[in-house]
Design a protein around this ligand. Structure first.
Ligand code: SAM
Length: 280
């Protein structure tokens, strides 16, 4: 039976184009078009928006994004085997799907996109965190995107939305909460994917704030946070050793006890510390 968009069901697409999943490319496909439509809806109102999708694969989520009204989808896919299947989707939605074959880590999508821009992807697990960190640390804020709607392994999703004091709290949660809001929008069991991965997954929805919650130099904040969590079990006076002269005074001036550990320090305190360190 043809799907609602007049294109074949995804199992048929995979069989026709010989798209056996490759582990090396992090390929776990979503074949249920109801589910991909549901994920596309989590990305917000797509009418009048360009959408960046990394790793469209056979195109389940791509079809959801186009059916939900995206003005244009820019899809970057490393696996050339997927291109004929994606071309069929493009033919069904003339002028609205641009596919670039290549590595998303090496391609600048901004040349091909017009604001407002949203990002929606079932990311390859091996590059997901790296892409998220890049999108969270652009040279200018607000960033090029209004929202990010991204699939991660459940454990990574929990690190993105973690609160201070929890085991999952760390660099990712801090980077996100400084200038954005993040929530888990959907949880998916392994069986939602073909082939099923070993672990559960979750869709995280991130919206950019117009300004950071507290002032800080992004590079200094990143350095402080990375160093603090690199040795998260150590007291901060040891974990941050060498960061700045008079470290203990600077910690105290930021409202942090030198004997505290990174996971109990709030975003506001880390931002204060970044300012106090930058003032060296
Ligand atoms: N979006 C499809 C879906 O939901 O069924 C496929 C998702 S699959 C988890 C990840 C996709 O990313 C694969 O199609 C894979 O070939 C592609 N991919 C892997 N590494 C990539 C990279 N560095 N740049 C672009 N695409 C990549």
């Amino acid at each position: 039976m043809a799907a609602i968009d007049g294109l074949p069901p995804l199992r048929e697409v995979i069989a026709t184009h010989g798209l056996a999943a490759k582990k090396s490319l992090g390929q776990n496909f979503l074949l249920d078009l109801n589910l991909t439509a549901k994920i596309a809806r989590q990305a917000g109102d797509l009418e009048g928006c360009d959408v960046l999708e990394v790793g469209p694969g056979p195109g389940g989520l791509t079809r959801g994004l186009l059916a939900e009204g995206a003005r244009k989808v820019l899809a970057i896919e490393k696996d050339a085997r997927c291109l004929p299947a994606l071309a069929e989707i493009g033919a069904q939605y003339p002028g609205r799907l641009q596919v670039i074959e290549g590595d998303a880590l090496e391609i600048d999508p901004l040349e091909h996109l017009t604001p407002p821009i949203r990002v929606a992807s079932n990311l390859p697990y091996n590059v997901g965190t790296e892409l998220l960190v890049r999108w969270l640390t652009p040279p200018e804020w607000p960033p090029f995107w209004e929202s990010l709607t991204l699939m991660f392994q459940r454990e990574v999703a929990e690190r993105i939305v973690a609160q201070p004091g929890s085991k999952a709290y760390g660099r990712l949660a801090l980077l996100v909460s400084w200038r954005a809001e993040a929530r888990i929008a959907l949880s998916l069991p392994p069986e939602a994917f073909t082939p099923p991965p070993k672990v559960s997954s979750a869709v995280v929805h991130v919206t950019a704030l117009p300004e950071p919650r507290y002032p800080a130099d992004p590079k200094v904040l990143e350095r402080v946070v990375a160093k603090a969590f690199n040795q998260r079990r150590k007291m901060l006076r040891a974990a941050l050793k060498g960061l700045a002269p008079d470290l203990e005074d600077r910690l105290l001036a930021s409202g942090i006890k030198p004997t505290d550990r990174a996971e109990t320090v709030t975003l506001e305190q880390f931002c204060a510390l970044a300012r106090n360190v930058a003032a060296v």
